[in-house]
Design a protein around this ligand. Structure first.
Ligand code: ADP
Length: 508
């Protein structure tokens, strides 16, 4: 015998259409069952009230023989009594099986029902019981399919007199008086009446199935559409996750590349600056004024380049989660004054007014001195860089007070300028690494777009916040809010993407 696996291997049509097999069958493609279309609990209620009204047992089965409703009426004692006899039990079981699972045809003891003249019986059959009782069975038809059956009974046919020999012969010793008393509890009626009741019930059922089918299809189609769009979303999510992993890999590669290149550049650059310094100071012989100018330019450009490389290294360190903060007592006034002094020459060259306002009371905090200084210098040099000649830059430090946004005692450092300003749709983006409002090759201002990314990481590493307000052409205002006592230093500032390879050892 060849198994399912064998036929699969020989290239059956099943194997050629795996996509179709994987997709669950739509409700519009499959055959509906009775329980799909009926609200079973409401239906059971309806059957119950119907059975009570007509004092008749009613059973409803779906096409697989599952019982959807089963209401007994009056026959319990009689059937139980007959069932207590061995032969009674056997014949009873047979009758029940015939009624429940037997063919819906006038075979195997069934016959056409005694219906009133010109009545369409829609495939109904009458199944006599060996006790003299009777059942009527009606197929439930829907769009040409048999969805199940309704069984009415057992009832006592009106014409039944004495209990028949088919019962009494099989149940020797039966107490006829007792059996008769039990029989009296069962509905007695002409078969044609029960036929009419059953046809009436079938009409009700048809109405219920029609309404149920509509509701079921509508809700199922809606559910399927939702599931389908869910599946689409899941597939898109998976693709996005993959892209995310690739982007993270690329980002890690970029960081590691930048770290290596910057490190390699910094070493020879330090030599260039060092040697040009020696030359400009005349340590290896006197230079004429033109030579001194050239050498100074080499030094200045070298310094700019070194600052840029240091920023790149800082950012790659941040992204690799390698920056550690060391908190110590810091006098903010001293720190700000020193940062402002370092920027003064640039401001003076552009004729900017540089104004510093410190609070009357000294601001003593705990912070990583070097990192906070760098925050200040970055913001100040941006303000100077992006403010045209003749403008102003104001620096303000507030007193220590409760800062609601930190939910802690803190202080603020504010840098305000009358410069070019930032378009409102870019205010969020300027804190990203390498982001510049003007990133054209012809841009007016130098820089690599790293200063603010470093500011944000260092400020957040202190448990603080940085925000910006700006109006194009009017100026910008950067506010840094820092807690007086930062939370315990974190080993990392930004979550590492993954460990980049260590930079190669320094060569000189
Ligand atoms: P960089 O200054 O090296 O370009 P930053 O990260 O410090 O990089 O700043 C990112 C961008 O934000 C700048 O390129 C500039 O477009 C904008 N920006 C920052 N500070 C100011 C400011 N004070 N005035 C106007 N624009 C600013």
């Amino acid at each position: 015998m060849s198994g399912a696996g064998d036929s699969g291997r020989q290239g059956s049509p099943r194997e050629e259409t795996p996509r179709l097999e994987q997709r669950p069958l739509s409700v519009l493609e499959r055959r509906l069952t009775l329980s799909d279309m009926l609200d079973t609990s409401t239906f059971a209620e309806l059957v119950k009230s119907f059975a009570e009204l007509y004092k008749l047992g009613v059973k409803v089965f779906d096409e697989k023989g599952n019982r959807l409703a089963d209401i007994k009426s009056g026959n319990g004692d009689f059937c139980g009594y007959v069932f207590s006899f061995t032969e009674g039990k056997r014949c009873c079981t047979q009758t029940v099986a015939r009624v429940k699972d037997g063919p819906l045809a006038t075979t195997q003891n069934a016959r056409a029902p005694h219906a009133p003249a010109a009545t369409k019986v829609h495939g109904m059959i009458a199944v006599p019981c060996f006790t003299g009782l009777r059942y009527l069975v009606l197929p439930i038809l829907w769009e040409g399919d048999v969805l199940g059956r309704v069984v009415f009974g057992p009832f006592v046919p009106e014409e039944l007199g004495e209990l028949p020999p088919s019962l009494t012969d099989l149940t020797p010793g039966i107490d006829l008086a007792q059996a008769g008393a039990y029989l009296a509890k069962i509905r007695r009626a002409p078969e044609s009446t029960i036929v009419k009741v059953l046809l009436h019930f079938a009409q009700l059922l048809e109405t219920l199935v029609a309404a149920g089918q509509k509701t079921f299809l509508t809700s199922q189609v809606h559910i399927e559409a939702t599931l389908e769009s869910n599946r689409d979303l899941e597939a898109q999510n998976r693709r996005l996750e993959q892209m995310n992993v690739q982007l993270k890999d690329m980002d890690r590669l970029k960081s590691s590349f930048l770290a290596t290149v910057s490190h390699e550049l910094r070493t020879p650059l330090t030599s260039i600056i060092g040697y040009s310094e020696m030359l400009s100071e005349g340590l290896v012989g006197t230079l004429n004024s033109e030579q001194t100018d050239y050498v100074r330019t080499i030094m200045e450009k070298g310094d700019t380049l070194l600052k840029l490389i240091s920023s790149i290294l800082d950012v790659t360190q941040i992204e690799a989660g390698k920056v550690r903060l060391t908190f110590e007592p810091v006098n903010v006034g001293d720190l700000v004054s020193s940062a402002v002094s370092s920027i003064k020459p640039q401001a003076q060259r552009k004729g900017l007014t540089l104004d510093l306002k410190l609070p009357a009371r000294a601001v003593e905090v705990r912070a990583d001195r070097e990192k906070v200084r760098q925050v200040m210098v970055n913001l100040l040099s941006n303000a100077v860089k992006f403010t045209p000649k003749g403008g102003w830059v104001q620096v303000l430090v507030t007193e220590v007070k409760f800062q609601p946004e930190l939910d802690a005692e803190g202080w603020q450092f504010v840098v305000q300028d009358s410069g070019v300003g930032i378009p409102s749709d870019q205010l969020e983006k300027i804190f990203q690494s390498f982001y510049q409002v003007d990133n054209s090759s012809t841009r007016e201002f130098g820089g690599a777009g790293l200063g603010l990314a470093i500011v944000k990481s260092y400020v957040e590493g202190h448990g603080g916040k940085v925000r910006v307000q700006s109006e194009l052409g009017q100026g910008s205002r950067f506010e840094v809010v820092l807690p007086v006592s930062p939370p315990p230093p974190r080993a990392v500032i930004a979550p590492p993407l993954s460990e980049p390879p260590p930079p190669p050892p320094a060569r000189f």
